[in-house]
Design a protein around this ligand. Structure first.
Ligand SMILES: [Zn+2]
Length: 160
């Protein structure tokens, strides 16, 4: 894990599993107002990790903003499934989603980005989803999202 601080902002680069031993939970989060997590190298999260993660976010000071970037698919799933996994107002700036070719079963993972592929609801406007149109690199057929679009973007709805 690497971290950079700048006044009341901290940026943390996580690596490996989120479990009982994750160093992230030792960070004195109450000292920061802006917490940015880069999760590109997170491999998985187990149930103890989920529990520790939630008690960690509970220690945030009031009004702290959490930004999560390059979330693996498993993390976005947790955000959607586990109520209270992220504090209200958290922004997921990007995450990785699986796509599948129905003709040849080729799979690929694509990074979906806020303000490009999806948009949070704001100023009375509803949230938006614009999935990329991907073509299979093996056979040229269109690729389909290998996830339930409504479910995976559930996180957009909570933060209106
Ligand atoms: Zn294909």
């Amino acid at each position: 894990m690497n971290q950079k601080t700048n006044g009341d902002a901290i940026e943390i680069f996580l690596e490996g599993p989120i479990s009982e031993k994750t160093e992230l939970f030792d960070v004195k989060v109450q000292n920061f107002k802006h917490i940015k997590l880069n999760m590109a190298k997170v491999t998985f999260i187990n149930s103890i990790g989920v529990k520790n993660w939630i008690s960690w976010t509970v220690r945030f000071s009031l009004g702290t903003k959490l930004i999560m970037e390059e979330c693996p698919y498993v993390i976005v799933n947790q955000v959607n499934i586990v109520h209270g996994f992220v504090p209200k107002g958290t922004i997921i700036t990007s995450f990785y989603a699986p796509f599948l070719c129905e003709s040849c079963a080729h799979e690929l993972t694509m990074k979906l980005e806020n303000d490009v592929h999806y948009k949070y609801a704001a100023n009375q406007l509803p949230h938006e989803v614009h999935l990329p149109e991907l073509v299979c690199t093996k056979c040229g057929s269109p690729m389909e999202p290998d996830f339930m679009v409504d479910k995976i973007f559930g996180f957009l709805k909570e933060k209106a």
